[in-house]
Design a protein around this ligand. Structure first.
Ligand SMILES: [Zn+2]
Length: 427
């Protein structure tokens, strides 16, 4: 690909108000080392064009792979690496609504690159253009182009684009689809206890009331986002068996099941939120004791569910349950991170697991959130504060957003990708 003479030019296709500058352009004398670096102001709304001419420009260059990787939590940077079998001129459009077009002069439009999506960029399309090929990247978040550079080493070139990934793209409340019209992920919220079963009680504050209040507020936050449908296993102070909670989630077609609780200790001090998922062997003696306590809810309701332990053992050996457990664990990790940012008060080792009966739907990623300890004065004040609960609900929304993206990527990797267009989540 490397010619003996290579000339570079960098120019802008004047659209609106381009404010880009090109701080560094460097090329090896014999063209076996080329590097272009472009930094564009975040407010650039125009199309930026950079081109370099060489002997390679007119031949067909194959697009070998497209990799997307995102780092960071609140400030995310997404790096897209497009591997080519030679360096060629390129042009990157300013991202609009999470879409960005990369024009590759002289690239083969029939290339079939390997595609590795991530949580932000999960879809691409490769099409022919007069100059060669255009790769359209589609993101689930707002993108701002930060840098674009082409490196060429040993005949293999890499176009590296970095983007600041902003807020998640969502429909406005006005054009949010009616329930059932378009499938939004259905979150089933499960306020723990209820009716004759108060759960933990301290200073006249009952776990069942905290769980219901938080569940109702969380439902509003998730629905207002326009990105989730929500149903609740109970919306009033009634007793519901654990089995019926799971059954409700399955019959509703839940994408996610979240059980809401508050913890308590009779001795010693403990505080902060923790997230529990299902496992046969508990992650600690404390988790095992908690699961036993929470599973006792049915006994309090006078329901004999003696067979359920065998059920649980059987389910846990099932392949479907294993896959669901992996997805649940990913959800729990996202929730731990989100709660850490949203409310800060989180236990050490905050993702725990044990044999919670209410989490045993084999096909629905499920987690149980212990919001805090009623036995701790600060936690208690937090849990009865609408402001704190509002922050916690926003944290869980962020976690679900993150999880939906990651889970879509996981599903896309399991399914075989179509030849020309690879995608994870359809709209
Ligand atoms: Zn509970």
């Amino acid at each position: 690909m490397a010619g003996s003479t290579i000339c570079f030019c960098a120019r802008t296709a004047h659209g609106d108000s381009l404010q880009g500058n090109i701080p560094a352009i460097h090329a090896g004398l014999r063209g076996n080392m080329m590097q272009m670096f472009m930094r564009v102001s975040r407010r650039v709304a125009a199309v930026v064009a950079i081109c370099l001419w060489g002997q390679a420009a007119l031949s067909d260059v194959a697009v070998l792979s497209i990799d997307s990787q995102t780092e960071g939590w609140l400030n995310r940077t997404t790096t897209v690496t497009i591997a080519l079998d030679g360096a060629i001129p390129f042009r990157v459009s300013a991202p609009q609504d999470g879409r960005v077009a990369v024009t590759l002069n002289g690239a083969d439009p029939l290339s079939q690159p390997a595609f590795h999506p991530d949580t932000v960029i999960n879809r691409y399309n490769l099409s022919g253009a007069q100059e060669g090929a255009v790769i359209s990247l589609e993101a689930q978040r707002m993108l701002t182009l930060q840098t674009a550079s082409m490196t060429n080493s040993g005949g293999a070139a890499r176009l590296i684009l970095t983007f600041a990934a902003g807020s998640r793209l969502s429909r406005s409340p006005h054009d949010a689809p009616r329930r059932g019209a378009t499938a939004l992920p259905l979150v089933v919220l499960d306020p723990g206890h209820g009716g004759i079963d108060p759960g933990a009680v301290r200073l006249d504050i009952a776990e069942k009331d905290i769980a219901l209040a938080f569940g109702q507020e969380l439902r509003a936050v998730l629905q207002d986002s326009g990105r989730f449908d929500v149903r609740m296993t109970r919306d009033t102070d009634v007793f519901v068996t654990l089995r019926d909670r799971v059954r409700f989630a399955r019959e509703s077609g839940a994408a996610v099941f979240i059980s809401l609780h508050a913890n308590t200790v009779t001795r010693g001090n403990a505080s902060g939120s923790a997230i529990y998922t299902l496992s046969e062997g508990a992650s600690s003696a404390e988790a095992a004791a908690l699961a036993e306590l929470e599973n006792r809810a049915d006994t309090l309701g006078g329901v004999d569910l003696g067979v359920e332990d065998d059920d649980l053992a059987l389910l846990l050996t099932d392949m479907a349950q294993r896959e669901t457990n992996a997805r649940s664990a990913m959800l729990a990790r996202a929730t731990v991170e989100a709660m850490r940012h949203a409310v800060g008060v989180i236990r050490s080792n905050p993702h725990r697991s044990a044999g919670f009966r209410v989490l045993k739907a084999p096909d629905i990623p499920s987690m149980l959130i212990e919001l805090g300890f009623l036995s701790d004065a600060t936690d208690r004040a937090n849990m009865i504060s609408p402001r704190w609960r509002g922050h916690a609900a926003q944290g869980i929304l962020a976690a679900l957003d993150d999880w939906v993206e990651r889970d879509g990527v996981l599903s896309a990797q399991v399914r075989p990708a179509p030849a020309r267009v690879a995608g994870a989540n359809g709209d």
